[in-house]
Design a protein around this ligand. Structure first.
Ligand code: ADP
Ligand code: ADP
Length: 221
């Protein structure tokens, strides 16, 4: 479902070397991977490459079977529609209602409005925010905003789901619920990568990990 071969990534503004160095990693469909490593290790950078928010400086990147290094803009845009991302800072649109934020991926797919209403209501109930769909994101707590971000990332049943610290604003019960959802999605064929510092959660839900250190892959498996 994705494959990186000898991938390096240097931020245009980089002061102190590459954020990723010669990383090779492959993950198949329906697999769940933790993405681990200390702050600054390159986790967010790796997620950005996989989310097609940035292009690697060198190496080979294949996402959902498509080699993306030379891919055209339209191909990248269509691929992005099959990827769900939970950003660390949520990136909700503050002047759109919760409903409209979560509906976005389905609207991009031009799905009928009746279907969108049904799907959004169902997922919002699942994340426990069924009564908040008319609120604006700034009116919600951090944990509620994170749950909206999660709902938006999964509503279109992406083939690849990428999450950057998706539990950092959640309590234990909500984090457990989220892990249940992730495992169910993986069973249904979604490939999932979750970057986290939450050691307790990793211990509670053991799974293969991609571990980075100073931009280098220290361990896959
Ligand atoms: P992590 O997510 O593991 O904390 P990051 O991928 O955010 O690590 O960062 C990896 C490296 O890239 C760090 O050295 C960081 O300082 C650098 N970096 C991150 N974002 C930028 C940026 N926008 N511009 C320049 N360097 C960056
Ligand atoms: P072009 O050369 O076609 O104008 P750019 O390099 O300016 O393309 O990229 C346009 C946008 O799409 C940028 O946001 C860029 O990061 C993103 N992009 C294009 N191709 C890729 C890719 N293979 N992987 C990740 N992001 C990409």
């Amino acid at each position: 479902m994705f494959r990186l071969q000898d991938v390096s990534y240097l931020y245009p503004s980089a002061q102190k070397g590459a954020a990723l160095n010669h990383v090779s990693v492959a993950v198949s469909q329906g697999e769940f991977r933790w993405l681990l490593g200390p702050s600054g290790a390159g986790k967010s950078s790796l997620l950005r490459l996989l989310a097609l928010d940035a292009r690697a400086s060198s190496g080979m990147v294949e996402v959902l079977g498509v080699p993306v290094m030379q891919a055209r803009r339209g191909v990248i845009a269509r691929l992005r529609q099959r990827i769900g991302v939970v950003y660390q800072d949520f990136r909700l649109l503050d002047d759109l209602s919760v409903f409209d934020n979560v509906a976005l991926p389905l609207r991009l797919q031009l799905r009928p409005e009746s279907e969108i209403r049904h799907e959004v209501n169902a997922i919002m109930k699942w994340v426990g925010l069924g009564s908040r769909i008319d609120a604006l994101p700034p009116q919600l707590s951090g944990g509620e905003q994170q749950r909206v971000a999660i709902a938006r990332a999964v509503i279109h049943r992406p083939a690849l789901l990428l999450a950057d610290e998706p539990t950092n604003a959640l309590d234990d019960r909500q984090a457990t619920r989220l892990m249940t959802m992730f495992h169910r999605l993986a069973e249904l064929g979604t490939t999932i990568v979750v970057a986290t510092h939450n050691d307790a959660l990793v211990r509670k839900y053991p799974a293969h990990a991609i571990e980075l250190m100073q931009g280098y892959l220290v361990q896959e498996g």
